[in-house]
Write a protein that binds this ligand. Structure first.
Ligand SMILES: [Zn+2]
Length: 434
């Protein structure tokens, strides 16, 4: 801040954030109406749902007089220019897409929080030296294209080769076509063009609803993130056995469904073992089914399909899990006489939180009178893409009843304003630029 500005007190900061309560509530209501697809909201990435959310946030930011920009991947940048062009920029924000029939706050809360924080700064009469950009990120929810962090990685020029050719599962059209539909330039994305040089960024902060009930359980409104898990995934794997008569004795069978069951139970046992050792991880078989074109009451299943997501907070744990999965597959193949075709394998790196940012956020919250707990994120977040390139990254989680990726997620505006006050405090201190 300008040196003639005196630093606002925690009470003043909270009041300045509270004064945006109606703005935030109105913006959330509009976003809900924009995405309404009962039950819940569907902000389909690079489709009409996400487009409407971008238009709503753009209009709100224009009304605030912020500078609006896009990039080759049609991400949205809403910027309050800083007083010192040499000072590194702070970026805050989250994604504006949702899963089909998802909740209104997953993603959008982080974008609204950034706008509220800027309003609070202005209300306090502060002129930041650092430029502050609120980012509305495209296509974070990987259910649609089965690719992680599309918008954020494209903004940083690191979207993996081949991503632009994947098909959206519902439309059957490529990511490149969808990006072009929304005013982006897929060829520039393909060439690795980036909006941000990571070296020009001071920090990336993401506020997000919690996707587990830890804050509800702890009775706290706000959590300070400790890290984002990395993952490896098989979006479309299958097991090949042999279709046979229902009367075939067990020793002759090559039963793909039983092999799938063995595989799932072995993964669950592995997870229980890591739980016992106190090493956080998760594995999820989101799809698990026989082939509807071939299966039937009297046929031994010869084909079985599944998807797999394995996640952990430490690259070495992830590498170890990768080997364990290989060993489980080899064992099931040998015992059941089947073959696993795991198909494409995707990876996302672990997103470590910057320890200095984490401690500053905790200290800011304490000064504001907001009691917090530390939380490892169960879910993936765009912030991991920034952290992967060495941008110091911080996470603020907001209490949320009923989980996420469903229509019943619930975040109170009071809890949202608590977390946003912590974000605002951080921006005030860090945007001094000294
Ligand atoms: Zn999200």
């Amino acid at each position: 801040m300008d040196h003639d500005n005196t630093a606002p007190s925690p009470v003043q900061i909270r009041a300045a954030v509270m004064a945006s309560r109606d703005f935030a509530a109105t913006l959330f209501d509009q976003l809900r109406r924009d995405g309404l697809d009962e039950p819940g909201v569907s902000r389909d990435p690079y489709g009409p749902g996400e487009q409407r959310a971008h238009a709503t946030c753009t209009a709100a930011a224009e009304a605030m007089g912020l500078t609006i920009e896009g990039d080759a991947a049609a991400n949205l940048y809403m910027t309050l220019p800083g007083g010192d062009p040499a000072a590194k920029r702070i970026v805050t924000g989250s994604h504006l897409d949702s899963v089909p029939h998802g909740g209104n706050f997953d993603g959008a809360a982080g974008v609204v929080a950034g706008l509220v924080a800027i309003q609070a700064l202005r209300r306090l009469g502060l002129t930041p030296k650092r430029t502050i950009t609120v980012m509305g990120i495209r296509a974070e929810e990987s259910i649609w294209f089965q690719v992680s962090y599309i918008g954020s990685r494209a903004a940083l020029g690191i979207l993996p080769e081949g991503s632009l050719d994947v098909l959206r599962i519902d439309t059957g059209r490529t990511l490149a076509e969808h990006i072009a539909d929304c005013g982006g330039d897929p060829d520039r994305v393909r060439s690795g063009s980036r909006h941000f040089d990571p070296a020009s960024l001071h920090a990336f902060l993401e506020l997000h609803i919690e996707q587990a009930p830890a804050l509800v359980e702890a009775g706290r409104s706000t959590g300070i993130g400790t890290g984002i898990p990395g993952n490896f995934r098989y979006p479309d794997a299958r097991i090949e056995g042999c279709n046979d008569h229902v009367g075939l004795p067990r020793r002759f069978r090559r039963d793909a469904a039983m092999a799938g069951a063995d595989f799932a139970m072995a993964l669950d046992q592995m997870w229980a073992e890591y739980d016992q050792r106190g090493i956080p991880m998760a594995c999820t078989i989101g799809r698990f089914h026989t082939d509807s074109k071939q299966h039937g009451l009297t046929i031994v299943p010869g084909a079985f399909h599944f998807s797999l997501d394995v996640r952990a907070y430490d690259e070495s744990v992830l590498a170890e899990l990768d080997q364990r999965v290989d060993a489980i597959v080899a064992d099931v193949e040998q015992r059941r006489g089947v073959t696993f075709h795991r198909g494409t394998k995707t990876r996302a790196a672990v997103g470590p939180v910057d320890l200095l940012i984490k401690s500053k956020l905790a200290r800011d919250a304490a000064a504001l009178g907001i009691e917090t707990i530390e939380l490892g994120s169960p879910a993936s977040h765009d912030a991991a893409a920034f952290a992967a390139l060495g941008v110091p990254m911080g996470l603020i989680f907001i209490r949320n009843e009923n989980g996420s990726h469903n229509a019943n997620e619930a975040m109170t505006i009071e809890d949202f304003l608590d977390g946003t006050a912590v974000l605002t405090s951080y921006l005030i201190e860090e945007s001094r630029g000294d």
